[in-house]
Design a protein around this ligand. Structure first.
Ligand code: ZN
Length: 133
């Protein structure tokens, strides 16, 4: 894995949390993007070499709505950038991790992504991301 690409934070409302994080990080939100397939709206902040991604549920059955209903707002996932997502998925499968996708899917921010089940990673939802070229 190359680096922590971003940290995902589940929020109830982007319109409340974007100005909050702009103040906290002292940097403007540079992009908002809806990911229809996931039922989420996202907002991104650059922080040095990595990013913060805020996630708001766009529908009641979105994974973010379920997460907030169960745990409240807060840290949702860590995303690691990888060079070759298929090779990394294969490696992690062989190491016994549970992947939530068989194939990489399209994520926010022009990425291919795959998630690992938190049950196999000490309760942390891990996202693999590869830049789409
Ligand atoms: Zn993410």
């Amino acid at each position: 894995m190359l680096k922590v690409e971003h940290i995902g934070i589940a929020v109830k409302s982007l319109s409340v949390s974007i100005p909050l994080f702009e103040k906290l990080l002292n940097t403007p939100c540079y992009k908002t993007e809806a990911v229809a397939s996931e039922g989420v709206s996202t907002a991104f902040f650059r922080q040095g070499d990595t990013k913060i991604e805020l996630l708001e549920a766009a529908r009641d059955d979105s994974p973010i709505a379920k997460f907030i209903a169960g745990k409240g707002e807060g840290m949702h996932h860590i995303a690691f950038e990888v060079q070759d997502i298929r090779a990394e998925m294969q490696r992690l499968r062989q190491e016994g991790f549970t992947l939530l996708q068989e194939e990489p899917k399209e994520g926010a921010d022009n990425k291919l992504v795959c998630f690992l089940h938190p049950k196999s990673t000490n309760g942390i939802l891990v996202e693999l991301t590869q830049e789409r070229v």
